[in-house]
Design a protein around this ligand. Structure first.
Ligand SMILES: [Mg+2]
Length: 383
């Protein structure tokens, strides 16, 4: 159940805007097992909700402007924001959900996590999710490039890193690709040392036999989790689970980022065939994740939502992490926004601290927004 905070009666939503903003990565992001180069920029859809009281909340959504016009504008414009928070389901106006959490937090003076529950942790562990196939992107540098990017990640203060594997699925001959995956994993482990978490992500570029072959070759590298190694079926996940147990490997099985809603994962959760649940924060929304985290807790599974490639999702996930019992680690994509700043967040020793600022603790860079994004926004208002 969501708690409904005390809220003024006379506040109503007066206008809503939707704009596409651009995030930029300091480094070019290459391929993963299934997708070509990800590039230097990624886009987010920014929603701002304004009230008659002069308050504003904002957040990022996956919904485009037409979807918001169709589903959210009529119920939201003129409504008291608190009437849109349902005790059972949270905020179900998907396209403007994250902006509403911010708005309710700002009006009640509470950080978003405090609207979800008691703080369960002071800091939120994070990992660098940006180690793609940079050896293929820069063939002249090859493994040297992996070495460099890994060292940069450690210098940036991370003590957990995830690397893409599965070069042999589309980009290299299978045997060569597998050999490179193994070399790359061993190299990264050597650079980060034994105390740093190392995860691998196959983006479903293996089949179960291929995943087992890889794990046999890197089982001594202390892989913290293996993510989306092959498309999930009960049969293959049961087999992989048994394989890991027989080998005595404590590598966790992570999955779920491609799902648009959690129910296809329920059989895997109920049979405990996965260890780490990874649905994407902005794809399903904060309210749905808060409810999913409750299920994960009942089955003693860990939560580690997918955030790539939304920097906003990192901050929203950090609030979620404060309020749920079973949070593991927060994915940090390479892309950074210019339209807003994480005023209320600090990052040190591989973890974020979330301030007690009302709302998300994020701040729009108004001059930047005005010059770069205002002209392309869609706006809806009362009257
Ligand atoms: Mg992934």
């Amino acid at each position: 159940m969501f708690t409904i905070p005390e809220f003024p009666d006379d506040v109503t939503i007066s206008s809503i805007t939707h704009t596409e903003i651009v995030n930029t990565s300091p480094k070019m992001i290459g391929r993963n097992a299934r997708k070509d180069n990800h590039g230097i920029t990624s886009k987010e859809r920014l929603v701002r909700v304004f009230t008659n009281s002069g308050h504003e909340g904002f957040g990022v959504t996956r919904a485009d402007a037409n979807a918001i016009e169709e589903h959210e504008i009529a119920p939201a414009l003129g409504a008291n924001p608190i009437s849109l928070l349902d005790p059972q389901n949270g905020i179900v106006l998907y396209g403007i959900e994250h902006a509403l959490w911010d708005l309710i937090g700002k009006i009640t003076g509470k950080p978003v996590y405090a609207l979800l529950g008691e703080s369960r942790r002071d800091v939120v562990e994070a990992y660098d999710g940006g180690l793609y196939f940079c050896d293929i992107l820069y063939p002249d540098q090859g493994l040297k490039r992996i070495e460099e990017e890994t060292a940069q990640s450690m210098e940036a203060g991370f003590n957990a890193i995830k690397m893409k594997v599965g070069r042999g699925h589309m980009w290299m001959p299978p045997k060569e690709g597998l050999d490179r995956d193994v070399q790359a994993i061993r190299l990264v482990r050597q650079i980060i040392g034994p105390g740093t978490k190392l995860m691998i992500d196959g983006n479903n570029g293996f089949d179960v036999e291929g995943a087992e072959t890889l794990m046999d070759l890197v089982g001594d590298q202390d892989i913290f989790w293996a993510e989306e190694m092959f498309p999930e079926t009960i049969e293959d996940y049961s087999r992989f689970r048994t394989f890991l147990e027989r080998r005595g490997l404590d590598t966790l099985i992570a999955d779920g980022e491609t799902l648009s809603e959690p129910s296809p994962l329920y059989p895997f959760i109920e049979q405990r065939l996965i260890d780490v649940v990874q649905l994407d924060t902005t794809t399903i929304g904060l309210s749905a994740w808060w409810q999913l985290a409750d299920m994960c807790d009942r089955y003693e599974l860990q939560s580690a939502p997918h955030t790539w490639a939304s920097r906003f999702a990192v901050y929203a996930t950090a609030h979620l992490a404060k309020a749920i019992p079973n949070f593991l680690t927060n994915e940090v994509p390479a892309y950074e926004p210019d339209a807003y700043r994480p005023t209320g967040f600090t990052f040190a020793n591989g973890a974020h601290t979330v301030s007690d600022m009302p709302g998300w603790g994020l701040e729009i860079d108004e001059p930047m927004y005005e010059s770069k994004y205002r002209s392309s926004e869609r706006r809806w208002k009362t009257g």
